[in-house]
Design a protein around this ligand. Structure first.
Ligand SMILES: [Zn+2]
Ligand SMILES: [Zn+2]
Length: 645
């Protein structure tokens, strides 16, 4: 862990070979930066190289606008054709500055996504997510990105733009907004989920949440940010097209291409194509499924599987576990339930919370009288009931976990239950999921867990290539993934024609600097993990974690002695207490021997005139550690406690 963080914080030496210093293609012709050309300007004859460029949005000019809504504008329909193919913009006579792209999280991990875009005196932030702790972080509840860099530059930050409402994109907001209170921009459901989160932290009153729609553009400093519709496993997900003085950056957020989405529309591929024609400087794209060939299945396919399951359920009660945030999935389950004359009950706090937000925002279609409380289900026979529950990842204390271990207040699992786990285990959770499945089966339930009841929310290889081909970026930075995912994504980009030297495999904290003369690595800023434990933010550091791991692995041995400094003698003890080291009753001889070793050492030191506490404690600890290790090959934490009379 410690090493990991050091690695992230150390100054980069641009070691991964992608530090292309190559200058971008020279524009064939300088683009005149006319402010408002007439929309019906005579069309330049279309040559094969002709490109479309929209000049209506001049971000630098639109810096100061008053109210939140006033900052936004609809996508203009005007397009002006010219023959420039370069995505790098030219300044009007004055020298262009540098655009800095800095991921503070989301690289080499699936979690705590956060990206900083900086130009001159302006910064915008994309996403502000959390990560869940690994096994090597005992006692840690959550992990958020290190935002020192943002705190140092707080005056420059114009806003935080959120792609969608998943925890790995919004979860750090309550902690970060406490430090840096800037407006947060997002679509409806995203803000609904954020609002609920902020109110749990009693922050909803002091934070500005500004609702955006697809096609809206926000001007902030030199940046202007356009919200573009994408498909994902949560509604209201967006990509951003960020116009900067140097050109357009597209950040896809998490996306897939779903041609038959459950509600709402398909991803706005046409808009990505338009932007691609104009010329895109940099594409940052979701790498989660870059190793999976083909296309991610449509969410509708899951609906068909549910239909089959419900048809064949007979007289059984149906229990479905899924992610609470996947409201399209929950909707499909409810739709199937209604069609089969079953009532629905929700189990798990996050399931109830998310559903409430989704219903309030009009995202759900639930006929009156469909939803029961868990307390009411006993009034109906099994074949009239569907329970939708949290716990699809086997998380301890989740509702499904408690059902499996017969610890749920209102649901008792029987042989008449059909349990569908409608989610794939996130890597690392496989064991927890199979534990829960084993327990459910021991209780006699039938468990369905196959591929047909889940589809991924992230684009697979063919979809990633479609995005790359539509956008045809000059520079490409794969994000949202471990190294292997991003490396694979980089290969896909090369296949679609992106120059290998223009692909940047970044690290958290690593700065990519883009100027008129090209893109290059430009050092690092602090980045890393901040641990949340209870209400403590960042107070548990690496030393505390190291101690926790040490205690967890080998236990603790405390040795207590009372010393009379005047007589240079031990007057009581030393006596040993242990926890988590050995079973005391079976090891009395060992502990007595250890006490004798300690006593001999203490007496020897005292008679040789050593009496400062530091030396006594260190030598006592070393002596005991040596003895214990020789006898048991274990290394418990040893804590000497010396008292003076
Ligand atoms: Zn997501
Ligand atoms: Zn994500």
């Amino acid at each position: 862990m410690e090493e990991k963080i050091k690695k992230l914080e150390k100054t980069s030496s641009a070691k991964n070979g992608k530090n292309g210093k190559r200058a971008p293609r020279k524009p064939r012709k300088s683009v005149p930066q006319t402010e408002a050309r007439p929309a019906k300007a005579p069309k330049t004859p279309k040559t094969p190289k002709a490109q479309t460029a929209r000049k209506a949005q001049r971000p630098a000019k639109a810096a100061k606008r008053p109210a939140a809504r006033g900052e936004t504008q609809k996508t203009p329909k005007k397009t002006i054709r010219n023959s420039s193919a370069s995505p790098v913009r030219r300044g009007r006579g004055q020298a262009l500055g540098k655009l800095r792209v800095i991921p503070l999280g989301g690289i080499d991990e699936i979690g705590k996504n956060m990206t900083v875009l900086e130009y001159g005196n302006d910064i915008i932030v994309i996403d502000c997510g959390l990560a869940f702790p690994d096994d090597d972080m005992p006692g840690i509840d959550l992990v958020i990105p290190d935002t020192q860099y943002l705190q140092k530059n707080r005056d420059k930050i114009r806003g935080i733009f959120i792609t969608h409402g998943h925890e790995d994109h919004i979860g750090a907001l309550p902690y970060v907004l406490k430090e840096i209170n800037v407006p947060v921009y997002g679509t409806r459901l995203t803000l609904g989920l954020i609002r609920r989160k902020l109110s749990e932290h009693r922050l909803e009153k002091q934070c500005a949440l500004i609702e955006m729609q697809y096609g809206d553009i926000v001007n902030k400093g030199v940046f202007s940010v356009e919200f573009i519709k994408v498909n994902h496993s949560i509604a209201d997900a967006c990509a951003f097209a960020v116009r900067t003085p140097l050109g357009t950056i597209i950040h896809t957020g998490d996306f897939k291409i779903d041609t038959t989405p459950i509600r709402g529309k398909m991803i706005d591929l046409a808009r990505f194509g338009e932007l691609g024609k104009e010329g895109v400087l940099l594409l940052m794209s979701d790498s989660t499924n870059a190793e999976n060939p083909g296309f991610a299945m449509s969410e509708k396919a899951v609906g068909k599987s549910f239909e089959n399951i419900f048809n064949n359920a007979g007289g059984k009660r149906i229990i479905v576990a899924t992610f609470s945030s996947n409201i399209h999935r929950v909707q499909q389950i409810i739709t199937a339930a209604v069609r089969h004359g079953r009532k629905v009950a929700l189990s798990g706090r996050s399931m109830e919370n998310v559903l409430q937000v989704a219903v309030e925002l009009g995202h759900m279609n639930i006929p009156d009288g469909t939803v029961l409380t868990l307390g009411e289900i006993s009034r109906y026979p099994d074949e009239k009931i569907v329970i939708i529950t949290t716990g699809s990842q086997g998380e301890p204390m989740s509702a499904l976990y408690r059902m499996a271990f017969s610890d749920h207040r209102s649901v008792e699992i029987t042989h008449n239950d059909l349990i569908v786990i409608s989610a794939r285990p996130i890597p690392g959770n496989e064991r927890m999921v199979s534990n829960v499945v084993n327990e459910l089966q021991k209780l006699g339930a039938e468990v369905v867990q196959d591929r047909s009841v889940h589809v991924s929310g992230h684009a697979c290889q063919e979809e990633l290539k479609i995005m790359l081909s539509l956008i045809r970026p000059l520079y490409f930075m794969p994000v949202h993934g471990e190294y292997k995912h991003r490396l694979q994504h980089a290969k896909l980009a090369e296949e679609t024609g992106v120059d290998a030297s223009n692909i940047f495999l970044t690290e958290n904290g690593k700065v990519l600097e883009i100027g008129a003369d090209g893109a290059k690595w430009a050092g690092t800023v602090p980045s890393g993990k901040i641990f949340i434990d209870g209400i403590g933010v960042g107070d548990v550091g690496n030393i505390v974690l190291r101690d926790r791991k040490h205690l967890a692995e080998d236990g603790i041995l405390i040795i207590v002695a009372t010393i009379d400094p005047a007589r240079r003698a031990v007057v009581s003890g030393p006596s040993i207490m242990t926890r988590g080291f050995v079973y005391v009753k079976d090891n009395e001889a060992l502990l007595a021997e250890a006490e004798a070793v300690a006593a001999a050492r203490l007496n020897a030191m005292l008679t040789h005139g050593k009496s400062d506490w530091g030396t006594l404690k260190t030598q006592l600890r070393d002596e005991l550690a040596h003895f214990i290790s020789a006898k048991t090959k274990r290394r418990p934490m040893i804590l000497p406690v010396l008292m003076e009379i």
